[in-house]
Design a protein around this ligand. Structure first.
Ligand SMILES: CC(C)(COP(=O)(O)OP(=O)(O)OC[C@H]1O[C@@H](n2cnc3c(N)ncnc32)[C@H](O)[C@@H]1OP(=O)(O)O)[C@@H](O)C(=O)NCCC(=O)NCCS
Length: 155
């Protein structure tokens, strides 16, 4: 299972995801495509961030970065970055990855998935917020202005 110590094992969650692999990138050069390499290279990660390449049927389809706060310090799993290259967008990949992250967060004992809805590209922030809202995320009244969260486990 994807976790702070995740080490390249295949991760399968159901039929649609049967061929999906989420592999930790120890360095941006380990990504396959230039788009994901670029994203991983430009992602200003903190010490707690782990970066992942997501591929399906041998094709790299997304980039994911997660901040793994130790559970005793914070029960939020921080989805730091999610990126689907342009040519793979609008097919539900982003939504499926969100669901996957939520499942993983709950399984690992986190209470919420939190994120900052800040577009990485020239895309209206309001529309990105709307997208996260459609997937059950709510704006937080505290913290960063674009912070959003979704409960993944009963507290
Ligand atoms: C946001 C993102 C991950 C969605 O990926 P996806 O695989 O296209 O997601 P889905 O197919 O599940 O949903 C598509 C919806 O995403 C929304 N969306 C959010 N950001 C978008 C973007 N930059 N470009 C296009 N659509 C975007 C639209 O509402 C779109 O709906 P539509 O298909 O009716 O136009 C992808 O657009 C992306 O990587 N954007 C650039 C990186 C970014 O800004 N990431 C979020 C901040 S961390």
């Amino acid at each position: 299972m994807l976790s702070p110590d995740y080490d390249n094992e295949e991760h399968a969650t159901g039929v649609q995801w049967s061929s999906v692999k989420i592999v930790e990138l120890r360095d941006w050069t380990e990504a396959v495509t230039t788009e994901i390499q670029e994203r991983a290279r430009n992602c200003s990660a903190c010490q707690l961030t782990k970066k992942y390449s997501v591929s399906e049927e041998g094709q790299e389809i997304a980039y994911l970065a997660i901040d793994w706060w130790p559970l005793h310090q914070r029960t939020d799993l921080v989805l730091y970055e999610l990126f689907v290259p342009d040519k793979f967008r609008h097919r539900g990949i982003g939504a499926r990855i969100l669901a996957e992250v939520e499942e993983l967060a709950a399984a690992a004992g986190y209470h919420r998935v939190v994120l900052t809805a800040r577009p990485l590209e020239d895309y209206p922030k309001k529309k990105l917020r709307e997208w996260y809202k459609q997937h059950g995320f709510k704006r937080l009244s505290q913290g960063e202005p674009d912070a959003m969260a979704k409960l993944v486990a009963s507290q």
